[in-house]
Design a protein around this ligand. Structure first.
Ligand SMILES: [Zn+2]
Ligand SMILES: [Zn+2]
Length: 370
């Protein structure tokens, strides 16, 4: 092990002290500005971002549907190279390639220590969604540099055999998508229904296959996404506008219903349909972000007496999780790269937001290179 203490800043940084970054100003207004380049304090690191992406959550921020403070650098999916290490971060060198999860747990609070790091309590206790810091409570990754808090718990070294594009989607969407299948406790031989085949639903589909599902039914109306769902492991894709999904799932399971339904959209209609698709004793594993009131009609879950499980999960983060996901890519068991459909520089990020938020041109995920 090596102990590195406050090395000299890189030449580029010393020259300017600023960087380019996508900054939230107001709803509808995210633009690339020159902002101060971060410097690491004790336990922190600064990485030079070599690749990042835009998440659906960033679009909610852009539209003002998820409030953040004006002036915040957005984005929460960084791949990069360690540029500076603060005092106390051990086992890393300047120049190491690293992946950092969207969720950056402290690794030391009650939530982290009982295994719920996404609900990290900032040093003590619990805080709902507390582990999500980048582009939420601290400056994020759509920038030339990003400050990584609790670096010891969050810097996952990238094996030389993996490219930036092979790992960038692991920070959030693959980790989140897989967690839908993991939290749903998919078992070998299960039938799993996955509602919505956007980037997270596609990774949930891949996760269900990895967990051993015998039959995976994707729910998606967009033909491009339906094709990708089949590529990620769906056996059948149902168009919710063309069929009664719950009836069709019953038919496809000999009248029983699915063992697990994964909800990856965050709407009343998909949540309720997920409940109606699962068999008695089945599990609804919810990944969606909901707003307003979510209702559970009594007939959709046997009036509360059907032994159903409803479980929710926020993207698991931290270096151990990122390492596990990278091993899945390294071994060839999972390939996230088909989901990257478009590429932009950081200065073109406005164009990337426009494309991504309007789902134009068959876009699934965009790669942003600062
Ligand atoms: Zn995200
Ligand atoms: Zn914590």
């Amino acid at each position: 092990m090596t102990i590195t203490t406050a090395p000299a800043p890189s030449p580029a940084a010393a020259e300017t002290g600023t960087m380019r970054a996508a900054v939230f100003h107001a709803p509808g207004d995210i633009r690339v500005d020159d902002v101060p380049r971060p410097r690491p304090g004790p336990g922190e690191a600064v990485i030079r971002v070599t690749l990042t992406t835009i998440c659906g959550t960033d679009v909610h921020i852009l539209k003002g549907e998820y409030p953040v403070r004006p002036g915040l650098v957005v984005g929460h999916e960084p791949v990069g190279i360690i540029d500076e290490l603060g005092p106390g971060v051990v086992g890393y060198e300047i120049g190491d390639r690293v992946l950092v999860g969207a969720i950056t747990p402290c690794g030391q609070c009650h939530a982290c220590l009982i295994g719920k790091p996404a609900q990290c309590g900032h040093g003590s206790g619990f805080e709902a969604i507390g582990g999500w810091r980048f582009g939420n409570t601290i400056d994020g990754a759509q920038a030339e540099y990003v400050l990584v808090p609790y670096a010891q718990a969050n810097l996952a070294k990238i094996p030389d055999s993996l490219t930036d594009e092979q790992v960038v989607l692991l920070a959030d969407i693959a980790s989140t998508g897989f967690s839908g299948a993991e939290s749903g406790k998919v078992r070998i031989g299960d039938t799993v229904v996955v509602f919505a085949q956007g980037p997270i639903g596609l990774c949930a589909t891949a996760g269900a296959r990895l967990m051993g599902a015998a039959q995976i039914i994707g729910i998606e109306g967009d033909p491009n996404r339906a094709d990708m769902a089949r590529r990620m492991g769906a056996d059948i894709v149902l168009d919710p506008d063309a069929v009664d999904v719950a009836e069709e799932v019953k038919r496809l399971t000999g009248g029983i219903g699915a063992d697990v339904a994964i909800e990856a959209l965050g709407l009343q209609v998909t949540f309720e349909s997920a409940l109606r698709c699962v068999r008695p004793g089945g599990t609804v594993s919810s990944l969606g972000v909901y707003s307003g009131k979510l209702q559970v009609p009594y007939d959709a879950f046997a009036a509360g007496l059907g032994d159903h499980t409803i479980v929710t999960t926020l993207c698991p983060g931290g270096k151990e999780r990122m390492g596990r996901l990278m091993r899945m890519v390294e071994s060839g068991r999972f390939d996230p790269t088909p989901l990257i459909t478009h590429r932009f520089s950081l200065d073109q990020i406005g164009e990337a937001y426009e494309l991504f938020s309007n789902r134009r041109d068959g876009v699934l995920k965009v790669a942003i290179r600062p």
